[in-house]
Ligand binder design. Structure first.
Ligand code: GYE
Length: 320
């Protein structure tokens, strides 16, 4: 080979490399995401955050809405495995029953990131990280607010009704436990009824109607595992001729705009914040995992508590 030919070949080779390396680096990350559903204001904000963050980061997002059904989530995860996505993320509707499908993802060497809700598996290697709130703490904060409230009226007894979230879901289990722990041993506070309202306004209203029918006026407090159920219940309370926020104290969780509006109208007493804006953290974690960087097994979100007195001042700052 002549000297000039060799130079020419070298130049061609490096030109090819110059083309192919950035082309490789620019290959967008593909993420399969299985969402719980569209049951609440919180969920709508969570979905928007994930879609926006994916767009901003150039992540190719395959999004599937499971309509609150675990079987739909399992199907979606299997289809992501078949499509050989780079990473699978999902918010599990309930805690249990995930081992089989997560083992399939592991066998296919596709990393799994949990967002918002946890799973109950003994083999923790079935997911790389869990990004989301501490639901036990949220329930405890709700209970502590009530304990402080009751301390202002010594001797008064409070009958509490509880609207639980989706049966078997991490936030329903944990928010119930955290609240129960905070009020434990307090003779003024008794949970007289507790039932699921599936995290929706419609069910929250329906179950509150049943509570009112069964208890008559003997309800002093409603503890709702999310704002949407509280908002549905407010309607039921008003239709029963009672004043929500006054005749019945209302404590709920999420901190969505609808709750702030209800607080400003004097119909809700406190909401414990649960941050749905998990998109940016999720995309960051996905990039790190795919790049082989170590990431923490648990990424917790920091949250506040907003009593009605702060609602009007805080409302303009709310992003969901
Ligand atoms: O509180 C509720 C939603 O998993 C934290 O799900 C989430 C919960 C949220 O439907 O509004």
């Amino acid at each position: 080979m002549t000297f000039t030919r060799r130079i020419l070949l070298c130049a061609l080779a490096s030109a090819a490399a110059a083309v192919s390396i950035p082309a490789l680096a620019a290959k967008p990350l593909t993420m399969g995401f299985s969402q719980v559903g569209a049951e609440s204001e919180w969920r709508t904000a969570n979905t928007a955050s994930i879609k926006d963050a994916a767009k901003k980061d150039g992540v190719n997002l395959k999004f599937a809405d499971a309509q609150q059904k675990q079987e739909n989530q399992v199907k979606a995860i299997r289809s992501f495995i078949a499509q050989k996505v780079d990473v699978i993320a999902f918010s599990p509707v309930v805690e249990s029953g995930w081992e089989t499908v997560l083992r399939e993802a592991k066998a296919a060497k596709i990393p799994v990131i949990l967002t918002d809700r946890a799973v109950n598996v003994t083999d923790k290697s079935l997911y790389v990280t869990f990004i989301g709130s501490d639901f036990v703490l949220e329930g405890r904060h709700a209970g502590e607010w009530l304990v402080a409230q009751a301390a202002k009226n010594p001797g008064k007894k409070y009958n509490i009704v509880e609207l639980q979230g989706t049966v078997g879901s991490a936030p329903a289990i944990d928010r119930k436990a955290g609240f129960a722990d905070a009020i434990k041993g307090n003779p003024a506070l008794t949970v007289v009824r507790s039932q699921t309202g599936d995290f929706t306004r419609a069910k929250g209203k329906e179950v509150m109607e049943a509570f009112l029918k069964a208890q008559g006026k003997n309800i002093d407090v409603l503890y709702a595992h999310n704002d949407d159920m509280a908002i549905g219940a407010i309607q039921a309370i008003e239709e029963a001729g009672l004043k929500p926020g006054k005749d019945i104290l209302i404590v709920s969780i999420d901190g969505v705009k609808g709750a702030f509006e209800a607080m400003m109208a004097g119909k809700l007493n406190v909401t414990v914040e649960c941050n749905p804006l998990l998109g940016p953290q999720l995309m960051q974690a996905a990039r790190d995992v795919v790049a082989g960087k170590p990431i923490p097994k648990r990424i917790t979100t920091v949250e506040g508590i907003f009593p009605a007195e702060l609602a009007a001042k805080e409302f303009p700052n709310r992003r969901y």
